[in-house]
Design a protein around this ligand. Structure first.
Ligand code: COS
Length: 381
């Protein structure tokens, strides 16, 4: 790190590293293969505070800053990005409540997340991915609340959550300007969990459809203002994307370490392959990009901690660059390991599969670049 971490940050980083080493790594391949979520570990991570790092202590969370959260998430993702995605999905679902919820909502819904309960963020729909304003899940105002109808897809923790933060439109013709956000309890009549997805990577995380059929949501579960849902979603994603960057850095670091170790041990043409420039050039490029990605993640987190205005551009840069870096580093690391890298006996092919989603979820990297470009143009006005 080019800047000094506080002793608290160093301790948290160490605790997370040891947890990843001792608890996450040993089970990562098994749950990836089985495509199951290690629920006991996820609940333990919740109780240890790994999924509520930035939630203030008064609501049961870790009360740490965004920078510390990113340092911790990098360590956990070094252990397994799939298992860590399940934990971070909790904080993604919690941000709308933390940022826009009233005191009653915060007191009711945030503390359980540090006690083994899970939550899920329901924004994406079959027809609304990159275009988040195109949501068609309808929230019809009725006496004392709203009736929700619609389908959400690709929801992390969808099948495991105890409650959902859900985005729905009050008027389909008004797009982004008519979105509202709600907290919806898992046991609400009419709410059901649909298809569980089978994925290329992060297979230890649970991804499902969530279906709303005439689900009544009481008005006290409306988050923020009635038509303020789009801003809630965007502000949440601005804060959450550096976390995805940290996940990506954790995967890339794990892959670089394995490739470097392999190139010291693997002997061909009479010497370890790390002695050949063809391999050294790869290791150098991987290491440079990894460090640059980590710095962009730290920069976005530090800006989030300063809490001065929107951090959309910095957050998008961290997510896009780190996501691309994870894909680049894992691809090169696998290449260094050759046939061994390709085999499922080694973790490298999992790193590469896990890395791909980093360029896609919480907004594709193409969307991140649009956000960055808008930020650049805005700064010239
Ligand atoms: N913070 C606060 N307000 C924001 C904002 C942000 N980060 N981004 C946009 N807004 C506001 C704008 O200021 C604008 O407000 P006004 O109506 O008052 O002018 C409004 O929201 C609409 O903004 P914009 O016109 O930029 O919206 P677009 O429909 O063009 O969409 C993108 C913007 C593409 C950035 C957005 O749809 C997006 O992030 N898509 C990706 C979604 C995503 O990440 N999905 C993954 C789901 S979670 S796995």
């Amino acid at each position: 790190m080019p800047f000094k971490l506080s002793s608290e940050q160093e301790v948290m980083q160490k605790v997370a590293r040891e947890y990843a080493e001792n608890k996450i790594r040993p089970i990562a391949a098994k749950y990836d293969e089985a495509e199951e979520t290690p629920l006991e570990i996820i609940k333990e991570m919740s109780r240890l505070g790994f999924s509520t790092l930035t939630i203030p202590e008064e609501y049961g969370g870790g009360g740490v800053d965004a920078l510390t959260a990113c340092l911790v998430i990098e360590e956990l993702a070094w252990g397994c990005a799939g298992i860590t995605t399940s934990a971070t999905a909790n904080s993604l679902a919690a941000y709308p409540i933390l940022l826009f919820g009233n005191e009653e909502q915060k007191k009711k819904y945030l503390p359980p997340l540090s006690n083994g309960k899970l939550a899920a963020f329901c924004l994406t729909e079959p027809g609304a991915g990159s275009d988040a304003g195109a949501i068609s899940t309808l929230a019809t105002p009725v006496d004392k609340g709203f009736i929700l109808n619609g389908n959400k897809c690709f929801i992390t923790n969808g099948g495991l959550a105890d409650y959902y933060t859900v985005f729905a439109t009050i008027d389909r013709k008004k797009g982004a300007r008519a979105l509202s956000a709600f907290i919806v309890d898992r046991n609400s009549p009419g709410l059901s969990v649909g298809k569980k997805e089978s994925k290329m990577g992060i297979r230890a995380s649970n991804t499902t459809e969530v279906i709303f059929e005439d689900v009544f949501v009481p008005e006290e579960n409306l988050l923020g203002k009635k038509y303020g849902g789009f801003r809630i979603a965007m502000t949440t994603l601005d804060l959450s994307r550096p976390i995805i960057g940290a996940l990506a850095v954790g995967i890339a670091r794990a892959a670089l370490e394995k490739a470097a170790q392999y190139s010291k041990e693997r002997v061909q043409f009479g010497k370890p392959i790390g002695h050949f420039q063809a391999i050294q050039l790869k290791l150098a490029e991987m290491a440079m990009r990894l460090e640059a990605a980590r710095m962009l993640v730290c920069r976005a987190a530090i800006l989030a901690d300063k809490k001065k205005g929107r951090i959309s551009g910095a957050s998008a840069m961290a997510k896009a660059y780190a996501g691309d870096t994870a894909m680049y580093v894992t691809t090169e690391a696998l290449q260094i390991m050759g046939g061994y890298g390709y085999m499922r006996d080694y973790p490298m092919e999992k790193y590469m599969r896990d890395a791909k989603i980093m360029q896609i979820y919480e907004g594709t990297n193409e969307i991140q670049k649009m956000i960055i470009a808008q930020d650049v143009l805005r700064s010239l006005k």
